[in-house]
Design a protein around this ligand. Sequence first.
Ligand SMILES: NC(=O)c1ccc[n+]([C@@H]2O[C@H](COP(=O)([O-])OP(=O)(O)OC[C@H]3O[C@@H](n4cnc5c(N)ncnc54)[C@H](O)[C@@H]3O)[C@@H](O)[C@H]2O)c1
Length: 274
Amino acid sequence: MGIDVVLLGYGAIGRAVHRMLAPHAQDVRVLGVLDRAALEGRTGATRVAGPDGHLVPVMDLETATERADVIVECASPAAVRTYGPGILGAGTDLLVASLGALVDDRLRATLLEEGPGRCHLSTGAIGGLDLVRASAGTIERIALGTRKAPAALLHPGLADELRESIAAAGAAGVPRHVFGGSVADAVRHFPSNINVAAALGLAAGDMGLVRVDIVADPGATLTSHVIEMRGHGGNYRFAIENFPDPANPATSVLTARSMVSGLLRLGGRGPHFI
Ligand SMILES: NC(=O)c1ccc[n+]([C@@H]2O[C@H](COP(=O)([O-])OP(=O)(O)OC[C@H]3O[C@@H](n4cnc5c(N)ncnc54)[C@H](O)[C@@H]3O)[C@@H](O)[C@H]2O)c1
């Protein structure tokens, strides 16, 4: 019983998932990690230190797909693009955190429709996706308002204009609206920071329905997401305030928890809400 998994990405989320899975080893066993830093030989390691100090094998894609029931992506949208089709094509299941990768229509179709492995999407840093999914096809409007500390929005590939706008919020010490637009544009500018927007688009069945606004707030100690949806079933508003992960302020502690919850479900542990 239970499932064997390999962690694709061993940063803030991967390590937290590994640590949180320790008490559930009879349901979900971590066989190893597949992480760019180790595989590209930058560390030269064939094993990396796990949460309790014991060594965890570093695996290549072939070994990982041979041995794992599920590969757990907590790396980056690029990792989903590079490894996702091969994992599913080999018949291994994939759990994805970097949902922003799925704004690409072709990749989304490959991952969600081709198989033979099954692609599972993590609820990640938000809740309410069950309700959004249940409303798919009847949604008139859905909006996401995200508020993060400037440090949680900055990343090396950011366009100059956005970088300056976010830095100005930090320097002035006042909140500033730094982005408004579509899920596709939000993901293009913030590929690893706004996966929740893609999650909503995927649940709604139409990325184009979701309007995204981002505020850089130097006073924010929590990352907040307000989701407002109007549809045939009613009007809904979810307000989520997450503690940022100390290991990576761009990530919320809830993301790893959501992945663990999803894996325990795949490993057979209830109760299940459907
Ligand atoms: N769904 C959500 O709500 C949600 C929330 C937060 C983060 N995320 C996603 O999770 C990802 C990981 O977050 P984190 O905080 O752990 O990041 P992190 O930077 O702390 O760790 C990422 C790890 O993945 C590895 N990696 C990156 N790209 C890779 C590749 N192409 N191949 C193999 N390994 C690769 C890195 O070496 C690093 O060890 C983010 O990039 C983001 O896309 C999703």
